[in-house]
Each structure stands twice: as structure tokens, then as C-alpha cells.
Design a protein around this ligand. Structure first.
Ligand code: NAD
Length: 498
């Protein structure tokens, strides 16, 4: 059984860890490796390593830090197939989907290549007579990232390039479900010339996370995962005096106006609802057609599409969707479908009990369509995080937007329409952080920033892009006067700069 270890000061180690957790191949249901479970002592070692590395890394000129990003970009590009394979083997998503994940990660690395320009400071000569003022952004120190299972390469790479390009040292605590991508990312950074200790990887679960949250030498925490854990991370990290950004779960609605092209809308719902088996924080899990006629036509178009979907392992060419991550996830999703049915939802396509030939023990859930879902049902209120699309029929555009605004989550949303006025109003007023107009998964490009609203985020900053520069640096303002500008005598009044 191969063992996945921490990476501290550039070397693989089990450190003080005695326990391990099994890592499965979700397509076969078999354990394929084990990962060490980090202890507070392992976190201490990683912090000591990062703290030491920070001393010289933070003083390394920004263009030299950028040079690491340029090399990383080339390596990631050359080895994208291997990274995608590593993702799929433990996560289960299809190879093409994993390649998409790598491409989105590369975008962030490319953005970080421009760090010198992004860290350029402000300067005002003669802010007052003989006084100059400059503002610069300095690195925070040691920062940590805690990441979810669903994008084991992309989400760490939303954080690491930005944090270390800004001059910080980084500790990654990846998901214990699919931990290998984290070690591969470290290997690529090492090959790109990143000094040992600037990036460390500590594996494990709650014990390691709590040690990171409480550690006095960690300045900031970036978290991406489910809302209950995000809220916990935010509260505990802030209580320990850290800067925290914690991105949580989602329930993303897509409004389908009566004037929309319903074939386009149905195709969009297929990819956004079932791609990656619905295990995306930007997945569309609720379709909101406006009016009964739109709803009937949409459901009619969705049914054959879902039935025709190819569910299979990542090794199968042409598979549209893979398994879900664990047997527990499979049971939870099936349980929610059962509950939805008992609460009155109509199961139009049933993915429970699906069999995949040759992979009978995999964690499969087939594409599922629930019609006549209402706002009081558990399938509507909760994030299912599986291949289940609910149809909630709204009478009007106003009713649809009221529904979205009332939901506790506000990560992503979309509207499909040809009506510019409706689209413009939707973009301006909907209480959701990322909005698509005829774009079902509006994940912002790397030079914008990613982040939801309401209980989909805790903390003031979104992730990657310009928001990341602010999150991973702190502002210093220097006011300067030279002897020729100093007036004689003591000044007791508050300096008014006049
Ligand atoms: P999760 O919250 O279970 O785990 C995320 C991380 O937190 C993992 O590293 C895990 O080890 C750690 N963790 C789990 N339980 C913990 C506890 N009790 N105390 C401390 N740490 C703990 O999330 P997941 O199941 O890995 O990922 C799926 C979730 O992530 C979904 O809710 C999805 O919407 C969300 N997500 C959100 C975004 C976003 O950008 N908003 C992106 C991707 C995923």
C-alpha cells in the first residue's frame, strides 16, 4: 500500500504522524493508498520551516519570485496530462474535466507571473511642503490554505501562486480524500526553483486544521470547503487573531426565461448540473423556469439528455460523468433524493441504483432530475453536491429572483434569456456573488476574483486575482521628510500637513 506523506522543507516525511486514512479509487471502490494524518507537531515543523524560508523569500525581488511562476507555468503545461490523471484517479472526474481544472489553475499561475507590476506601490511627492508619501504592500509571513476534495489541484493553485508571489511562505492542508495532487504540485514548484520551505504540505483532517488555526506564527488562513466548516474556520481563525477568508457551499439557481433558447438552456444545464457529478461549488443544482409552459418544455428536453448521459470511470473515453467521491457521499445523495421524493418532488430521471459494468463497487449515482421541487423541501434547502438537478417552477421573474435572494447561499447564478432588460436587472440586483448571463458556470477569469455572497463566504476578500493581492499583503504607508524640509522648533499641534 503506497503512503502519501507530508512535505516539509522540501522532503517527504511521516513526521510525528502515526495514523493514516485510506484513499480510494471512487470508480472501483477500492483503497489505492493511504495518507498520513497530521498532528500538531507536524504543523509545528511545517511552520518552523515556512518561517525560516520566509526570511529570504520575502526579500527576494518580485521579478525573481515571478521567474518561479514562469517556470511553473511551463512545467504545469508540459505535465498537464499527468496532473489530470492524478486528479481523476483519486477524485473520479473524467480526464477532460480534470484537464479543464488544470487549465483554470494555469490561468492563476499566469496572473501571478505579473506580480511585479501588481505590487507596484503608490507615491506622492510634496503631499505637504517637503513631505513625500508612499504606500506599499508587504507580505504577511506564513499563511495556510485548507482545501476541499472537489478541485484537488485548482483550488490549491487558486491560493499558492498568489500567496507566494506576494512574498509569503505557504502551508497547504489538502483534502484527505484526494491528497496526491498536493504533493505533485509541490514537486512542480520545487522543479520550478522554489526554495525548500516556502511551500509545505501537511496532510490530515480536523486535528491538523485546528493546529493551523491556533498557531501563533500563522498570519492568515484561506479556506475553501463546505459552509459549516467555513464558518467554524472563520470564527476560530479570527479569534486567534488571523486574517481569514473562508469560502463555503452553494445552491446555484439558473433562471430560464420564456424567451430563452430552450435547447441551449437544456444543454447548459446538462454540463452545469452533471459535469463532475455535480460536485462543483458552481454547479447549477436548481433550474427555475418561468411559467408552466417553459417548465414543461424544458423538462421534456432534459429527460432524454440525462438518460443519454454516459456515466463511467475516467479511463473510459467518452464518459460524461464519473462517480462521486466516497461511499458516504453516495449514501447521502441517495438519501436526499429519497427524502425529496417523500416530500413531494417528482423523480423524472432516477439515478439511484445505477450499475456501471466492470465497476460494480464504484461510488456511482446516475444523473437525477427532480421536478416540482418547492422551497420548503430539504433537497432545495441543502447543498446536495451530487448529480441531482431540481426543477423549481416559478410563476414570474420576480418570484424567481425573490427565491434566489431568500436562499442562504449566494455563490453563483445564471439567467438564460434574450431579454436585455431582464438580464440587466438580474445582474444589478440579484444577491449572489457571481452571475452568468447565458453563461451557466460564471467562474471569473484569473484577473478578476472569485467569491460568493451571504453564507457562501466568510471574510472580506474573494480568492485569486486582485482580491488575493490584498488578502495576502498588508499596506504600509511611509511619510518622509528630509532635513531641508524640517521647520525649526517643536510642533505640538496635530500635524495637518498644511
Ligand atoms: P469540507 O468542508 O468537508 O472539507 C474542506 C476541508 O476542511 C478539507 O481539507 C477537510 O479536511 C477540512 N475539514 C473537514 N471537516 C473539518 C472539521 N470538522 N474541522 C476542521 N477541518 C475540517 O468540504 P469538501 O467536502 O472537501 O468539499 C465540498 C464542499 O466545498 C462543498 O460544500 C462545496 O460547495 C465547497 N466548495 C466551495 C467552493 C467555493 O469556492 N465556494 C469551491 C469548492 C468547493
Amino acid at each position: 500500500m503506497s503512503r502519501i506523506e507530508h512535505i516539509i522543507s522540501g522532503k517527504a516525511t511521516s513526521g510525528a504522524s502515526i495514523q493514516t486514512t485510506p484513499v480510494y479509487n471512487p470508480a472501483t471502490g477500492e483503497q489505492q493508498s493511504e495518507v498520513v494524518v497530521g498532528t500538531p507537531a507536524d504543523v509545528d515543523s511545517a511552520v518552523a520551516s515556512a518561517k525560516a524560508a520566509f526570511q529570504s523569500w520575502s526579500k527576494t525581488p518580485a521579478n525573481k519570485r515571478a521567474a518561479v511562476m514562469f517556470r511553473l507555468r511551463e512545467l504545469l503545461d508540459q505535465r498537464r496530462d499527468e496532473v489530470a490523471m492524478t486528479i481523476s484517479k483519486e477524485h473520479g472526474k473524467t480526464h477532460d474535466d480534470a484537464l479543464g481544472e488544470v487549465t483554470r489553475a494555469l490561468d492563476v499561475v499566469e496572473y501571478a507571473c505579473g506580480i511585479s507590476e501588481k505590487l507596484k506601490g503608490d507615491f506622492n511627492r510634496d503631499a505637504a511642503q517637503g513631505i513625500d508619501v508612499c504606500g506599499e504592500r508587504q507580505a504577511l509571513g506564513v499563511v495556510a490554505g485548507i482545501t476541499p476534495f472537489n478541485f484537488p489541484a485548482m483550488v490549491p493553485l487558486w491560493m499558492i501562486p498568489m500567496a507566494i508571489a506576494c512574498g509569503n511562505a505557504f502551508i497547504l492542508k489538502p483534502s484527505e480524500r484526494d491528497p496526491s495532487s498536493a504533493n505533485l504540485i509541490h514537486e512542480l514548484f520545487q522543479q520550478a526553483g522554489l526554495p525548500d520551505g516556502v511551500l509545505n504540505v501537511v496532510h490530515g483532517g480536523k486535528v491538523a486544521v485546528d493546529a493551523l488555526l491556533d498557531h501563533k506564527d500563522i498570519a492568515a488562513i484561506s479556506f475553501v470547503g463546505s459552509t459549516p466548516i467555513a464558518e467554524y474556520i472563520y470564527a476560530r481563525g479570527c479569534a486567534a487573531g488571523k486574517r481569514v477568508q473562508a469560502l463555503g457551499g452553494a445552491k446555484n439557481h439558473m433562471v430560464i426565461m420564456p424567451d430563452a433558447d430552450l435547447d441551449q438552456a437544456a444543454d447548459a444545464l446538462m454540463g452545469a448540473g452533471f459535469g463532475s457529478a455535480g460536485e462543483r461549488c458552481m454547479a447549477i443544482s436548481v433550474a427555475v423556469p418561468i411559467g408552466e409552459k417553459t417548465a414543461d418544455l424544458l423538462v421534456e428536453k432534459l429527460i432524454p439528455r440525462i438518460q443519454a448521459m454516459k456515466v463511467g470511470p475516467y479511463t473510459q473515453a467518452g464518459a460524461d460523468m464519473g462517480p462521486v467521491i466516497t461511499a458516504e457521499a453516495q449514501n447521502r445523495i441517495v438519501g436526499l433524493i429519497n427524502q425529496g421524493e417523500s416530500e413531494g418532488a417528482v423523480v423524472k430521471v432516477d439515478g439511484r441504483g445505477i450499475k456501471v459494468d466492470g465497476h460494480e463497487n464504484g461510488f456511482w449515482v446516475g444523473g437525477t432530475l427532480l421536478d416540482h421541487v418547492t422551497a420548503d423541501m430539504s433537497v432545495y434547502k441543502q447543498e446536495i453536491f451530487g448529480p441531482v438537478l431540481s426543477v423549481l417552477r416559478a410563476k414570474s421573474y420576480q418570484q424567481a429572483t425573490d427565491l434566489i435572494n431568500a436562499h442562504e447561499y449566494g455563490n453563483g447564478t445564471a439567467i438564460f434569456t434574450r431579454d436585455g432588460d431582464a438580464a440587466r436587472d438580474f445582474a444589478a440586483t440579484i444577491e449572489v456573488g457571481m452571475v452568468g448571463i447565458n453563461v451557466p458556470i460564471p467562474v471569473p477569469v484569473a484577473y478578476h476574483s472569485f467569491g460568493g455572497w451571504k453564507r457562501s463566504i466568510f471574510g472580506a476578500h474573494g480568492i485569486y486575482g486582485p482580491e488575493a493581492i490584498h488578502f495576502y499583503t498588508r499596506l504600509k504607508t511611509v511619510t518622509t521628510r528630509w532635513p531641508t524640509g524640517i521647520r525649526a522648533g517643536a510642533e505640538f499641534n496635530f500635524p495637518s500637513m498644511q
